[in-house]
Design a protein around this ligand. Sequence first.
Ligand code: BGC
Ligand code: NOJ
Length: 825
Amino acid sequence: MEQQKRYGHFDDQHREYVITDPQTPWPWINYLGNEDFFSLISNTAGGYSFYKDAKFRRITRYRYNNVPMDNGGRYFYIKDGDTVWNPGWKPCKTPLDFYECRHGMSYTRITGKKNGVEASVLFFVPLKKWAEVQKLTLKNESNEVKNLKLFSFEEWCLWNAATDMENFQRNFSTGEVEIEGSTIYHKTEYRERRNHYAFYHVNAPIQGFDTDRETFVGLYNEFADPQAVMEGKPRNSHAHGWSPIASHYIEVTLQPGESKDFVFLLGYIENEQDEKFEAPQVINKDKAHALIAELDTTEKVDKAFAELCEYWDALLNIYKVRTGNDKLDRMVNIWNQYQCMVTFNFSRSASFFESGVGRGMGFRDSNQDLVGFVHQIPPRARQRIIDIASTQFPDGGCYHQYQPLTKRGNNDIGGGFNDDPCWLIFGTVAYIKETGDFSILDEMVPFDNQPGSEVTLFEHLKISMDHVIKNLGPHMLPLIGRADWNDCLNLNCFSWDPNESFQTTENVSEGTKAESLMIAGLFVVTGKDYVALCKKLANGQWSMVNGQCDFSAEAERMQAAVDAMIDAVKKHGWDGEWYLRAYDFYGRKIGSNECEEGKIFIESQGWCTMAEIGAEDGMVAKSLDSCKKYLECEHGMVLNNPAFTKYIYEYGEISSYPEGYKENAGIFCHNNPWVIIGECLAGRGNDAWSHYAKILPSYVEEKYQTLHKVEPYVNCQMVAGKDAFKPGEGKNSWLTGTAAWMWYTVSEFILGIKPDYDGIRIDPCLPETATDYTVQRKFREADYEITIHPNGQQKGVKTITLDGQPISGTVIPYSPGKHIVEVTM
Ligand code: BGC
Ligand code: NOJ
């Protein structure tokens, strides 16, 4: 293989990815913050911060898709004689003597060296604090005294990230700041309805500052050569309107060998209405002072950082595997779980591909993200389920998205995505299996956030199932609505108008025959879960306080609906070698050998094999074989084949993409795990593993440092498929359901450690080459050490001993305490 350029490597011991060349093929980013205050940070310190909601509470400004790419961030300029440089190389791009960026668990450390000076910045958001810490350490490694001029830089966003980028006739007149000692306060719109402000502080006296962008940068200069920095002279500017910024100026003298720490703090504060001001026009800074006081020394900051590291130690101690294969272990133990936390926090709102203004939390997205996160912090997962369910309508339909700040459904996208309701079952069942907490079903949850409309969460699950049953088409398969999981299969849209949104346009739906096999499979999988849950409840697992339900009857009712769906799929959803994908508005087949293009689609193969529909008739095996034959390529499985080569009015957005990209035959990593789980259920461990390894970041890391382009430590949403101009190129990294699905697949189906109501089910599905491995699994109040001896078998547990005693069946019954489990296959 041709030797490719490397930009970095994994450091498993520190749980870091170490970037050694700032000119990565694309900004390689990380996320700071775990709740409430968040930041995105690239390997050159680009990015921005926000409080809870990347649209409504954007704290610092960022310009997407700019020239140069990744323009704007938290920058430190060091002027050493005539040389001006930044520890993260950008924006000055002065060649450095050394550069390193270490992305870790919720922190990033960037170090640069130039002419005998080392500057190292540790960026993180302390637990439970609304602030980003930037601890800068300057060290003189030369033999001479260094007199440095240090400038910090942040640019304020005028809070609403959408209007900040468009309403300039207003924005250029609203900006306001206050300066007090070493703290610069941003208070735009605080005089009227906002009860929040931000600040940028440093724990040292400053010798100057700037708060007006044009004064600091100069109208004809850039971030790369701000005139105040180039001249070594701050202007002490006070912003009135235009674009407020925050820049501190500090003169630093360092003796040979000496080092100094500076703690910069970017904070966010909310005040009560009657406590907003300390004097007319002067903001009340009490809370800011208090926050600063908590983080104004190196010791305090180091302690906060140690706490953050302990927090991650604890989270990553819940599920730990030792297989002896570093590439697998590092993904399972570190990066996959980390990405799951990130997707849980952000859904699809803010990444370097998601602008933070378009989409909030997705109903289907967040339910899926839960499955990757629920073992980490169950109480947060619980709250999320309630928040999601609160955006449902009484008929079981729901808002497709909601805003994290308000938790209200987004009217501009609305509802009508007919797979959405099923995902609520998926998420809730995962939560109960992890925690054993059936009481969540008793929670009173409103519809559309309307007080007074509350019913139990169980009732929400019931109407979710019913929503599918009440919306069946001519083949007794689920009507697709605006779209199912594939947002781009818009079968009731019929748009010739480029100004219309594929997602919200439904020009015709009356009389539609558009049905989805993906929802059919999803309904069978979640329907079986729902039936099992009802049976558990019928057995008195849970006494319903807030409602009455005959759970046995309910289980029977839904089992009948599931059986009917299975029949419908067998009768009308099978194409001979694979499952059909859908029926269009007119009732014509989609994803059939009869079609000219798009003969086979991955989603229905995934869901119908997970549902094991027609396994007894060989349908599952045939479908899985067809995926290998028609969808698989070097980089993973493509979504559909052959790709669409022209726009099809009846299909919508899917056919709008050039061949090989996104939903038109891209490798949509999210749905590869569905087929992999299908393979696991069918016991085909070799095939499951080979599909899995193709999209496992650490496996593609070496080969694709340049081709893949995006971060090699996380999954991206889409890798260009075999029909694309450049197969193997990745896009849309970080915020993708792929994270949760990769986790669910490897932890539960490949390694085979599956939480269940009464304990942990052990059912691995492995390649023949797998050797003995051990999983350390904390589960409720128990701690299991589970060693699996595969003995060359792909599937099938032969014996299990629990603390030395043989048990029958494959479920280790739950009991608190430490346990040793041995499994032979
Ligand atoms: C993308 C989909 C996405 C949808 C969300 C489409 O343009 O291709 O992946 O789900 O937008 O709005
Ligand atoms: C990304 C969206 O976030 C998700 O909801 C959707 O299912 C996929 N794209 C496929 O279209």
